[in-house]
Design a protein around this ligand. Sequence first.
Ligand code: FAD
Length: 450
Amino acid sequence: MGHTKCMTSRTLTPASADRVLVIGAGAAGLAAAAELGRAGIAYDIVDGRKDIGGNFSDKGADSRPGSALLTSRDLSGFEDLFIPGIFDAHPRPSQVTQYLQAYAAHHGIANHFTGERQVRQAIPMGQGTWEVTFQGGEVRPYRAVIVATGRHGKPVLPEWATRSVIPADRVPSDLSGWADRDVLIVGGGNTAASLAVAAVAAGARVTLSWRRGYWVFPTTVMGISLDAFLRSAPKVPTSVNQWTLEKVLHRIVGTAQKPGFPEVTHRPLDAIPLISDSLVPLVSSGKIKIMPDVTSLDGDNVSFSHGVTRSFDVIVAATGSAADYSFIPADALGATTPGHPLDLYLHTLPRERNDLAFVGDIVSDGALFPLYGEQAKLAVAMLRAHYGNDSSEPNEAIAKRIDHMRKTNVAVDGGRDLLDTPRHRYFVDAKAFALAVTKAVHIALTGSNR
Ligand SMILES: Cc1cc2nc3c(=O)[nH]c(=O)nc-3n(C[C@H](O)[C@H](O)[C@H](O)COP(=O)(O)OP(=O)(O)OC[C@H]3O[C@@H](n4cnc5c(N)ncnc54)[C@H](O)[C@@H]3O)c2cc1C
């Protein structure tokens, strides 16, 4: 096995043995680092990329179609640092990167950061000791590992995809080569929708393949951004909010039941919202055609589930992506099922290990950075309880409570009847999730559930 090979030719650098390693310096890793710093726990943070910022920091990202945040500036930042009001109402990737760099500076994270430092393997050697192998062969011991490597490690492609199918994350920023071409974009998420809109702008003839109908939400509702509108929903049962939302959506976008759109068979909040101001007019005017599910691909010929076969010049699979945890041995990850999240307490803590946590492997219908902050609090509460910090010993009582809690399951879907698709299995309702984590940390620290 690869593990044995790396472990024979290593140089072991012991100075890190009492530190926590945060793997990944995107928004999730920065949330974890900030929380470790706050808790007085020594840590290092590394990323395969040169700089801090994760998937927003790629050069040219601003010109990528649909690359601005869908969530609004005022709600997208971490709870302890606002995104500056001079940034766009829906910040561009370069602005998000600037913000994340400012966040890192705010918490002194840069002093702990090393870029171009890909983790090849992280192997637990018993609770409280990890051996981490970096690209280049150096091996370092760490006390614990917080994994914040993002949800975009590997594209999830349909079974019928051949090598000619382009995963959405490989689509070039400049789509001028698509002018006058027949372009098929497969997928019902925001990436597929924004690519379709951008492809029309580039002069392509565009077809979207959707397995089902989706509600299409506008970016603003009654003058306020969609995320702020959804957040302001009254405290009534989800079904009541869904009923109201259906009426509002029908009135303002006449959405999804229009000609050209497949019938929607779920209620508005039962799927991750598809947010676009351009999609409905482009479909209604015939500039984007929506076809059903693809059943097979033979050369350029695509067969759809309603029996039609057509050829396309370009085929893009915007069918999602998944985290890649292959650098951790399978037995340390606990029981896994393909297409399902890891079995974690509140999507963060393993059931058994007290020296491992995950931040960032969630999706929601609101801003994610604040939720990463919540995950970081939970992760750090566990590490501090088990291993202490710079000035205090481990706290057995808190550790015991956390160990007990993390064997349980807490519903964080906000009572929704979510679509049963892989990406919806990672869904957390923002309010329910924040509440559940806050409560868990409170109970852990105080022993009281009041
Ligand atoms: C097109 C698009 C639009 C989005 N819009 C929004 C939005 O409007 N609002 C919102 O809240 N969220 C949005 N998101 C979600 C967004 O991805 C997350 O909010 C956030 O950027 C993810 O942060 P992360 O730290 O989990 O992952 P990433 O930003 O992907 O960072 C993970 C980092 O880990 C590093 N890494 C991976 N493996 C290793 C390894 N083995 N060793 C070392 N380093 C490693 C990677 O290099 C990367 O830098 C959007 C995402 C996309 C793709």
